[in-house]
Every structure is written in structure tokens, then in C-alpha cells.
Design a protein around this ligand. Structure first.
Ligand code: NAD
Length: 311
């Protein structure tokens, strides 16, 4: 049966990845429609009307979108975090939702190190910085991205700790990190890197109380989600602790205020990328995009549901 797939990306994939996704659908004789770099939700609402499947990135798929998508059977988030999909609304309409776990982990991990080095070397301003070797890094969540960061950290000679209650402690150990018992235990270490999904449990879980426990030069790295950090309290910590650094790839509403607090220490004490640059590499676009296309074809042709998400 001929299927139509919508590639709906408010932030477009690299052209190379789009060509590869197209090729995957051509092979299965599926039609691919593109809605890239769109500016209003109305464009998305119009585009979903006649499609059987969708590939999205950070695009919001809520009840309003599903309402218009009369033929939709499956939506695949090309990427890891899926807090942009209303899973309950999908379930109510018997629409399968999937993500493509692990496909962008290395891209995010390399960005983490880029930010750490920029900060440790004082944004290359001519003054003496410090080396990462021998320093400790603690991971909140030890999934695909954390483990990819862990591999690089081990290469840099860092010491690794992790908190992830959903992974047995001996498995965490086997994957190179020392398991810790509580979230608070992570904050004994110089670097804390966030790799949890945004859930009711993790939302605003990183607060002033935890951050003030960090040792001198304490640095929080956030490539997870903006909302995991309590933003107002982060500003207070930046004010109260002139040694504390926040390296952030996932957006920060009060960026200008944070920059004003750190003054000329911008890029040492705070780094704000242009939001979610972590997965923006040609390799990650290819990996996640092709995986999404293959998962859609596998779903329709073979009934594969391996990466289905539960509400
Ligand atoms: P993953 O699913 O492989 O890993 C998430 C881990 O978090 C899992 O091991 C899970 O057990 C653990 N976890 C869940 N709730 C927890 C809790 N309350 N406490 C401790 N651990 C908990 O996902 P991933 O690929 O490693 O990605 C992690 C997150 O990073 C994603 O959910 C996404 O929000 C974000 N991300 C951002 C970018 C970016 O561009 N900056 C790219 C990829 C992923």
C-alpha cells in the first residue's frame, strides 16, 4: 500500500540527511512530503491532514496536531527526548509514537567536551586555565548520551560517577562509572552533567540547595532539557558563587541576566549555545533520520514496534 510520510522539522536536518531519508522512502515506494523551517503551527496543522506517518525533531505534536491528522498511524521523533509528544493523546487515537534512542549520543558528547574545554581554558583569553585529567565528573542519568560522554571522559583521564536508579549498579560499574546512591551525592564532584529525560520527577530537580554543595569550580553541564534546572535559583547561585559555572545547550530564558552577572567571564562561567546544538551534526542527523525512516517502513511492512513509547 502506498504510504505518505511527512518530514516536519521546524529546525531542518542537514541536506545530506534529508537526501538519505528520501532515498530510504523511495526504496519502499513511499511518498515523502517536507515541511522544513516552518514558522507557524497552522502550517503544521495543514500539512498533517493526509499523511500516514510523520518524522519530527523538537516539533510539538499535541492533541491539536493529532486532531487534524486523520490518517496518521505513527509519529517518530528523530532523536532521544520525546517530551514534545503528547503520548496520552497518541494512545487515545491509537497512534504509535517512537524515538530513535542513541543515534545522536556521540554528537552530544562531543559538544559537552567542547563546552568543558572552552570553560576550563577561560575561553582562550590568554590566562592560565586548567586540565581535565584527574578531575571528577558525575552523571545524572546514565543512558546513551551519558555513556558516550563517559567514554570521552575516561579518555581524558577523568574519574566517573553516575546516578541512575533504572540501571542496576553493577551494570553502571561495568560501563565505567562508580554508581552513587542519591542525586545529592553527584554534587560532591566538580562536574555534574545532566542526562535525564524531562519528566515530572526531573523537572526543576536541579536547585540551589544541590548546586551550593558543589566543590570549588563546580560546573553544571546541561545538554538534557532546560526545565530540569530551576532557572531562578540558578541565577542566585551564579550571583552567590563567583567560581560556579553553567554550560548549557538547551536554552535559558534569563540569558541576558546571567551574562550580566558573570560579566567578562562569559564563556568561562556561562555558555549558552543556540539551543540544542548537541545533535546538530551531519552524522547525528543522518543516524537519527535514517533510523526514523527505517522504523516507519518496519512498522508498516513488518509490524515492528521495538522503539514504541509508552504514555
Ligand atoms: P536515554 O534514554 O538513553 O537515557 C536517559 C537515562 O536517564 C536512562 O538511563 C534512564 O534510566 C535515566 N533516568 C530517567 N529518569 C531518571 C531519574 N529520575 N533519575 C536518574 N536517571 C533517570 O536518553 P539519552 O539519549 O541519553 O538522552 C538523554 C536526554 O538528553 C534526552 O531525554 C533528551 O532530553 C536530551 N538530549 C538532548 C540533546 C541535545 O541536542 N542537547 C540531544 C539528545 C538528547
Amino acid at each position: 500500500k502506498a504510504r505518505t510520510v511527512l518530514l516536519a522539522t521546524e529546525k531542518a536536518f542537514a541536506a545530506d540527511a534529508v537526501a538519505k531519508i528520501q532515498a530510504a522512502f523511495d526504496e519502499s515506494k513511499y511518498t515523502m512530503k517536507k515541511l522544513e523551517n516552518y514558522k507557524s503551527k497552522d502550517e503544521l496543522l495543514a500539512a498533517v491532514a493526509d499523511v500516514d506517518a510523520m518524522i519530527i525533531r523538537s516539533d510539538i505534536v499535541d492533541a491539536a496536531v493529532l486532531e487534524k491528522a486523520a490518517k496518521l498511524k505513527i509519529v517518530v521523533r528523530a532523536g532521544a527526548g520525546y517530551d514534545n509528544i503528547d503520548l496520552k493523546a497518541c494512545e487515545a487515537k491509537s497512534i504509535t509514537a517512537m524515538n530513535t534512542p542513541g543515534q545522536n549520543a556521540n554528537a552530544v558528547a562531543e559538544l559537552v567536551f567542547g563546552m568543558m574545554l572552552t570553560s576550563a581554558r577561560n575561553n582562550y583569553d590568554g590566562t592560565s586555565g586548567f586540565e581535565l585529567v584527574g578531575r571528577s565528573i558525575a552523571f545524572y542519568g546514565y543512558g546513551a548520551v551519558a555513556r558516550a560522554v563517559g567514554k570521552l571522559a575516561a579518555g581524558f583521564g577523568m574519574v566517573l560517577y553516575a546516578y541512575d536508579p533504572y540501571i542496576p549498579k553493577d551494570a553502571i560499574k561495568k560501563m565505567g562509572a562508580e554508581p552513587v546512591d542519591t542525586v545529592a551525592d553527584l554534587f560532591k564532584h566538580q562536574y555534574v552533567s545532566l542526562h535525564v529525560p524531562l519528566t515530572p520527577e526531573t523537572k526543576e530537580s536541579i536547585n540551589k540547595e544541590l548546586l551550593l554543595k558543589m566543590p570549588k569550580g563546580g560546573t553544571l553541564i546541561n545538554t538534557a532539557r532546560m526545565e530540569v534546572v530551576h532557572e531562578a535559583q540558578m541565577l542566585e547561585v551564579l550571583k552567590e558563587r563567583p567560581d560556579f559555572c553553567y554550560l548549557c545547550d538547551v536554552g535559558f530564558k534569563a540569558q541576558e541576566e546571567a551574562k550580566a552577572i558573570v560579566g567578562d567571564k562569559y564563556m568561562k562561567r556561562v555558555i549558552f549555545t543556540k539551543k540544542k546544538m548537541g545533535a546538530q551534526t551531519v552524522e547525528a542527523n543522518n543516524n537519527a533520520g535514517i533510523a526514523a525512516a527505517n522504523q516507519i517502513v518496519g512498522f508498516f511492512e513488518k509490524g515492528e514496534t521495538k522503539f514504541s513509547l509508552k504514555a
